[in-house]
Write a protein that binds this ligand. Structure first.
Ligand code: NAD
Length: 533
């Protein structure tokens, strides 16, 4: 990828280019010109100008452009899959299902829903004193929003935020991860191809310092997806400037397997849920709590199925587990595995490097005899490891699942769906699936968002869309020629009438309410006041 040369050379300390590196081979795929913080003033000015025009367009016109974006993604889907696999190492099947399909569905779904969802909404008034008014909610764009993305789903995560931001009339400054600049660049190209006006989505290439500079420059909201440590820095930076944020952070998802579960299905799910995207998924299965009577069989099935998985680069169409994104990420996983083993855990399979395939390949691991003193059970692993612990009963499983600072998602496995739902309600997480896992992320109607260390706010669904708007309340009084009874001109009679009004509404018995209604207190005079100031 050629680096455009027309940009001024950066100061000596600033990064000039961002490399896209193939994690399977370490080869440089492409290089991209880094955005210089000094250019942010002009970038923001351009975004603000385009946003004003964009917000003034009818919602249906904006949605028509989302359909054009959908069509552009569809037309270039093979190329997009190539870029994703080369830049992340993930298998092509995963690039299509978890990235391209999700982006297409988001554009299609929001193009249909947004005109309805953004219609001004009537707000009925409960308070009897306010019945002569009509209230409305209106949804205004925020302005210029910053979307700061991670590398693990470098196409679907930014797309699932850029699309609702555009639909709601905002301009976007997208900073993709410095590990996946090519996917970020593609988002910009597709937006351009869809004829979405220039300046509305600007892709800014750079590292963390650039992300920090974007926030410093004052966007109207920050949508951040990434690690807890960066999320904390971003929350502090936003707090300094009172910028609202949505933080989609890490996870430590629990899977609860009851003794009555179909163990063949549950073990296949555990292996896929733990190892898809090489375990580098915020909602991947990291901790499994299985009821004692099923533990041995379930563990044995997980080990057998894990041993059958084909590890290899995405150029091998049969490979199911690709490389980890960087060697440093692989080393973090090894540290957790060593700590667990030193504390008594047993690695039943995997956990070893595959230098025959490349530096970043790790054989997927199944670990047992684990407890919560181990980092493997407390910290996010973000690698191909599933840890299985036998529990005496559901109570213990729920208590252990909830014993975590994270609260992103979880799953419950049982043939009794009613019981599954009841257990799901007791788990402290943003989403809980019964007899499936992670797939809710592909349901456009389902909100995604965590609690505790997993962050705050939502993406996806109507809740995610509403994060992109400023909700305005408008109230219209239907009796414009009548003064309000609560205005100045206070007298003892007004106080008595106000008290009677409260009694009529809230006295604990009907008898008292009726008495208050019939008592002489000048209520009529209160409604049609002549003594006001
Ligand atoms: P990261 O925190 O290292 O980086 C994420 C983004 O933040 C990158 O674009 C990076 O350049 C930028 N950044 C770094 N420092 C910054 C700063 N000070 N100010 C502004 N921006 C800054 O995360 P990562 O390694 O790219 O992603 C992996 C993490 O993301 C995991 O913890 C994973 O669980 C989490 N994640 C969460 C979700 C979710 O929906 N909850 C989804 C995917 C990934």
């Amino acid at each position: 990828m050629a680096v455009p040369s027309q940009l001024a050379s950066p100061p000596s300390h600033a990064v000039a280019t961002i490399d896209s590196i193939n994690p399977a081979t370490q080869e440089i795929n492409a290089q991209f010109t880094a955005t210089q913080p000094a250019d942010l003033t002009a970038i923001f000015a351009r975004a603000r100008t385009s946003q004003k025009d964009w917000a003034a367009r009818p919602i249906r016109e904006r949605c028509a452009m989302l359909r054009q974006l959908r069509d552009a993604i569809f037309a270039r889907r093979d190329e997009i899959a190539d870029v994703i696999t080369r830049e992340t190492g993930k298998p092509r099947v995963e690039a299509i299902f978890a990235e391209i399909l999700l982006a297409l569905d988001t554009a299609d779904f929001l193009a249909r829903q947004v005109p309805r969802w953004l219609c001004p909404e009537r707000v009925p008034h409960h308070n009897l004193a306010m019945k002569a008014k009509s209230g409305w909610l209106e949804y205004d764009p925020l302005g210029v929003v910053a979307i700061i993305s991670p590398w693990n789903y470098p196409f679907s995560i930014p797309m699932a935020q850029v699309i609702p931001a555009l639909a709601t009339g905002n301009a976007v400054l997208l900073k993709p991860s410095e590990l996946t600049p090519w996917c970020g660049q593609l988002v910009g190209e597709l937006v351009e191809q869809a004829k979405i006006p220039p300046g509305l989505v600007q892709v800014l290439q750079g590292r963390g310092e650039l992300g920090a500079a974007i926030i410093e420059a004052g966007p109207d909201k920050v949508f951040f997806t990434g690690s807890v440590a960066t999320g904390q820095r971003i929350a502090q930076a936003c707090a300094q400037k009172l910028i609202p944020s949505v933080l989609e952070l890490g996870g430590k998802d629990a899977m609860i397997v009851l003794a009555d579960a179909d163990l063949d299905i549950a073990s296949s799910a555990a292996v896929w849920g733990g190892f898809m995207n090489c375990g580098e998924t915020c909602i991947s299965v990291e901790r499994i709590y299985v009821e004692q009577p099923a533990a041995e069989r379930f563990t044995q099935l997980c080990v057998e199925k894990t041993k059958k998985l084909r590890v290899g680069p995405a150029t091998d169409p049969d490979a199911e587990i690709g490389p980890m994104i960087r060697l440093t990420q692989l080393e973090k996983v090894e540290v957790q595995l060593r700590d667990a083993v030193e504390r008594g855990a047993q690695v039943l399979t995997g956990g070893t490097r595959r230098p025959d395939l490349g530096a970043n390949f790790l054989q997927p691991a199944v670990v047992t005899i684990v407890d919560h003193s181990m980092r493997l059970m407390r910290d996010e692993t973000f690698g191909p490891v599933i840890a299985i612990r036998a529990v005496a009963n559901v109570e213990e499983a729920v208590a252990l699942a909830n014993d975590s600072p994270f609260g992103l998602s979880a799953s419950v496995w049982t043939t009794d769906n009613r019981r599954g739902r009841e257990i799901a309600s007791r788990i402290r997480a943003g989403s809980v699936m019964v007899n499936d896992l992670a797939s809710y992320y592909g349901i456009a109607e389902a909100p995604h968002g965590g609690l505790g260390a997993s962050g705050w706010g939502h993406t996806h669904s109507r809740l995610g869309l509403l994060e992109m708007v400023r909700v305005k309340y408008i109230d219209v009084d239907r009796l414009p020629r009548i003064a309000k009874s609560w205005w100045f001109g206070y007298t003892a009679e007004l106080a008595a009438a106000a008290n009677a009004f409260v009694e009529v509404l809230f006295a604990p018995s009907w008898r008292r309410r009726l008495a208050a209604m019939t008592k002489k207190h000048g209520a009529r005079g209160v409604v049609f006041r002549r003594d006001r100031i």
